[in-house]
Design a protein around this ligand. Structure first.
Ligand SMILES: Nc1ncnc2c1ncn2[C@@H]1O[C@H](COP(=O)(O)OP(=O)(O)OP(=O)(O)O)[C@@H](O)[C@H]1O
Ligand SMILES: [Mg+2]
Length: 588
């Protein structure tokens, strides 16, 4: 049992606050050369965010999904990740099994029985070149399952664990990532990149010894060990512990067991294909000795076995604790194009949103996406180069357009080819007719595609949101999603929230003035459209539009006895006029 609960309810200062104070103190004394840093790697991803390709920070920490089925996870990954079918299949399956197995053990007699079964954790090794989706896949999975996730680098580990850092630090990071919730951190995912760098090469003796040492250090945590959460060399934790001791007179002892933490290691493993090739040709399995072509390379890697990894330089005990191997393929130009084309691609979406934040709408033509993919492919860093290529083309636009009167433009093939010249042209003559039609056409196609996709997925949405949008509501939602470059999931959530707030406004109005108002269907549509494309909350918008209505409606009520009013569409556009007309009618 850990004693974590002891700390609940006591007024321990927030570690972040301490960190800030210490840094202020250090900055005063030494300038900005020395800092204390928390180990948080990124914000807790809004847990099961339902497919949102864009970041919605919901802030809530939803429960871990222990009941996910492999097919559901696979389908989710398919939505975001291009190619990598073999990796998606095996990751979805083995990771789901990992969590379902934990649930099963809990339901059937708990922890003691496990040992007898001689369980081996489904730790995973990911093999693949840079920028093909290794980290991306694992992040998506962690988000979908709602488990905390941390990423570290094997090159930072040292044999003693003190110089650099060690895997226990990552376990502690996991607890931070779970906002201090050890129960949640126990089921987290630890991802260790560049694992190939701790393979011993057989050449440099000194280095080799320490690399095998690093491998050995990983053995226990990967299997099961108790990690002390009190970090001796971290001033923030020290102060936390000291304060605890002061308050309770007890030593703060918190530990976390790594039994259910899933370890995923990854690396590019250059040269591994040759090891596989040698083994296969030794066995006369039809692979020639000199297979160097890309196609053949990934074909070879698909045949990777534990013995190849051992020959690569890993201890057999280490490899023995990683039973699952997943190989990712290189991405070709067509794959890069598909990544850009995918509405969940963060590259294009992020750019759209960057411009949107200046009030500028952008659309990418198909030709532009093909050209960008082509340029990125020559850089040989997988999908990573997509970001830099898009940046390079658009950075001038991002700098200049916010200060001139341009509120939309199309990233066309021509623009990708000659960004400088086109920028000048756009600045001088934004409403160039051909450009405008191109924009509208892309816009129309994007909306139509999204509508079709959502109609296909309507059951999924109904299941998830408990409500299905149809007709104008669906169209308005799609329109806003495309316009703002956010995922339909995010917009769906927003839509439902707007609807709730409008109802709340109706209730509030009735309660305050004892008058019932109802919006006609057309009025509701107009109101929703206004709010969806604006930046204010629906409740605020309603209060503003109808701020004078209670006076007017009271007058009408006094003259006619009418207590219920239907608000038509025209009242949204010109509330005063509609109200005046209604009042005038009562005088006729
Ligand atoms: N197969 C893919 N499908 C869609 N997007 C991808 C794919 N691969 C990479 N990306 C995009 O590229 C970005 C970088 O990829 P990622 O971080 O997964 O690379 P990696 O394989 O971990 O590379 P490295 O070995 O350099 O860490 C991702 O955030 C994602 O946006
Ligand atoms: Mg990575």
């Amino acid at each position: 049992m850990n004693e974590y609960d002891e700390t609940k309810g006591t007024n321990l200062p927030d570690p972040k606050e301490i960190e800030r104070e210490i840094n202020e103190f250090l900055a005063n004394k030494y300038g900005n050369r020395i800092r204390v840093m928390g180990t948080q790697i990124g914000p807790w991803p809004g847990a099961e965010e339902f497919g949102g390709g864009t970041t919605v920070t919901t802030g809530d920490t939803s429960p871990i999904r222990f009941d996910m089925k492999p097919a559901e996870l696979h389908e989710y990954l398919d939505r975001f990740v291009i190619r990598q079918d073999a990796a998606k299949e095996i990751l979805a399956t083995k990771i789901c099994t990992h969590f379902n197995r934990i649930r099963y053990y809990h339901e059937h007699g708990g922890l003691e029985d496990r040992e007898g079964i001689g369980r081996i954790k489904n730790n995973i090794i990911l093999i693949g070149p840079t920028g093909v989706g290794k980290t991306y896949l694992i992040k998506l999975i962690a988000r979908k399952l709602g488990v905390p996730f941390v990423k570290g680098d094997a090159t930072k580990f040292s044999e003693t664990g003190y110089v650099g850092g060690d895997v226990e630090d990552l376990v502690r990071d996991l607890v931070q990532e779970a906002d201090g919730d050890i129960e949640k951190a126990k089921y987290g995912i630890i991802y260790v990149d560049e694992i190939d760098k701790i393979a011993s090469s057989g050449n440099v003796i000194g280095l080799d010894v320490s690399r095998s040492g690093v491998q050995r250090n990983l053995l226990k945590p990967m299997e099961e060990t108790e990690v002390d959460l009190k970090v001796a060399h971290d001033p923030v934790s020290l102060m936390e512990a000291a304060s605890h001791f002061q308050k309770t007179g007890k030593r703060l002892k918190r530990t976390i067991n790594t039994r259910d933490i899933l370890f995923i290691v990854s690396g590019a493993f250059n040269g591994l294909d040759e090891i596989v090739s040698r083994r296969l040709s030794r066995k006369g399995l039809g692979f020639g000795a000199a297979l160097k072509e890309k196609e053949d390379k990934s074909k070879l890697l698909r045949e990777v076995k534990a013995e190849d990894l051992i020959e690569f330089g890993f201890e057999s005990e280490f490899i023995g604790r990683i039973p699952v191997i997943a190989v990712l393929e290189e991405l070709d130009e067509q794959d890069l194009y598909k990544i850009l084309k995918n509405r969940y691609s963060s590259v294009v979406t992020a750019k759209k949103q960057d411009f949107k934040s200046y009030g500028i709408d952008i659309r990418f033509s198909d030709g532009a996406l093909r050209r960008l993919a082509n340029m990125a492919h020559t850089e040989k860093t997988g999908a990573r180069s997509l970001i830099s290529v898009v940046e390079r083309v658009l950075v001038g636009y991002e700098r200049i357009l916010p200060s001139v009167d341009v509120n939309r433009f199309t990233v066309s093939e021509e623009l990708v080819e000659r960004p400088k010249e086109m920028l000048e042209e756009i600045v001088e003559n934004e409403l160039h007719p051909s450009r405008t039609t191109e924009f509208d056409e892309i816009d129309r196609v994007e909306k139509a595609e999204l509508l079709t996709e959502l109609q296909k997925r309507h059951q999924e949405f109904e299941h998830h949101f408990g409500k299905i949008l149809t007709g104008w509501a669906l169209e308005a939602m799609v329109d806003a999603a495309v316009r703002q470059g956010v995922s339909p999931e995010t917009m769906y959530k927003r839509y439902l929230h707007i609807e709730q707030e409008i109802q709340e406004f109706e209730r509030e109005f009735e309660k305050m003035y004892n008058l019932k108002i109802r919006f006609s269907d057309e009025a509701l549509r107009e109101l929703v459209r206004l709010v969806l494309n604006g930046s204010e909350e629906a409740l605020i918008v309603c209060r503003k539009i109808f701020q004078n209505y209670h006076h007017g409606l009271k007058l009408v009520m006094e003259r006619t006895g009418q207590k219920e009013f239907t608000i038509p569409e025209e009242a949204i556009g010109d509330p005063e006029r509609f109200l005046n007309e209604m009042i005038q009618k009562t005088y006729r």
